[in-house]
Design a protein around this ligand. Structure first.
Ligand code: NCD
Length: 312
């Protein structure tokens, strides 16, 4: 049985964790769902999650808040920096330091790469990276891999397609780093302007097989067990005209499902814009909302493991 390597530790990059750590976390995520609400409510009693979001968020912030509440803790934070002293000119460092004074763990989303790593050097408390620029979003990838495991009952041996904005999508990088500890085939599908940043993946151990595509061909669709769809990161796009050219390029709809394996699992970190047609939401292939709901459970387990050496 792997031991708890999350205790009192900042979660900055998924690369700081091993396949055993994922196994520990996934097991804890299963176990926390079988606790009674009274048992759950004791785990983080009296403890506080502090957060600051310099970028928009729906799921990350709400699932963390909901997770913290479900284990008996509280959350406080800043989701709109316009209402904070940042507007008076307070520095990032002083802001993070202050949040860490009032909380037991600090969750941060920021548009710059390296922002969470830097915060962890300033904060008195462990920092969780809730999305740093186009670099990483480690807890999203943990829940993505957990979702794949729940759906497919295994990770090893799967063919996983990652489709869309591979250049700016931070969840993509964390997912690839996380999956690279398993034995999987990864098929990267994007227009050439949104190709994966090769410098960000060139030190991944080469036992993982990665294939590059620009189209969702029939041959490819027949291979894929999972299709992980991403939104084009409009806000990181230098030229909106360029954005418009590629918008809606790989919309997943009934036609794509017909050409795919019957049990293909469609995942998306959400929010979606037009990459997945709502007309497939009620199919058994559509896993994205289940994935979002696992976000609460996995983050409850993660917070428990971070706050206690023996969580429950
Ligand atoms: C993602 C993000 O912020 O990187 N959202 C999320 O946390 N589920 C994906 C996105 O914004 O496209």
């Amino acid at each position: 049985m792997p031991s708890n390597k999350f205790f009192n530790r900042s979660i900055i990059s998924i690369r700081d964790f091993t396949i055993d750590d994922f196994a520990y976390l996934f097991d804890l995520t299963d176990k926390i769902q079988s606790l009674t609400s009274n048992e759950r409510g004791e785990i983080a009693k009296g403890l506080i999650l502090g957060y600051i979001f310099y970028e928009y968020s729906t799921r990350t912030r709400l699932s963390f808040e909901s997770a913290m509440a479900s284990i008996g803790g509280r959350s406080l934070g800043i989701s709109n920096i316009d209402s904070s002293s940042i507007m008076k000119g307070e520095s990032y460092a002083d802001t993070i330091k202050t949040i860490s004074l009032y909380s037991d763990v600090v969750l941060i989303r920021h548009p710059s790469d390296g922002s969470s790593r830097y915060a962890s050097e300033i904060s008195d408390k462990p920092v969780i990276n809730g999305g740093s620029g186009s670099e990483e979003h480690p807890t999203q990838a943990m829940l993505d891999i957990y979702t794949i495991f729940k759906e497919k009952k295994r990770i090893n041996g799967l063919s996983i397609g990652i489709v869309g904005d591979l250049k700016y999508g931070r969840t993509v990088y964390s997912l690839i780093y996380g999956l690279s500890t398993y034995d999987v085939d990864i098929h990267l599908v994007s227009p050439s302007v949104l190709k994966i940043r090769s410098e960000s993946i060139d030190d991944i151990p080469n036992n993982i097989k990665m294939f590059h595509h620009t189209e969702l061909t029939d041959d490819l669709l027949k291979k894929l067990d999972v299709i992980y769809v991403t939104r084009i990161q409009r806000e990181r796009f230098p030229d909106l005209q360029e954005y418009k050219k590629i918008q809606g390029l790989y919309t997943i709809d009934e036609n794509i499902l017909k050409r795919s394996k019957p049990d293909v699992a469609i995942l998306h970190p959400l929010p979606r814009v037009d990459e997945i047609s709502p007309s497939i939401d009620n199919t058994t292939n559509a896993v994205y909302f289940k994935q979002a709901s696992y976000g609460k459970e996995l983050r409850s387990a993660l917070l428990s493991a971070l706050l206690h050496e023996n969580p429950f």
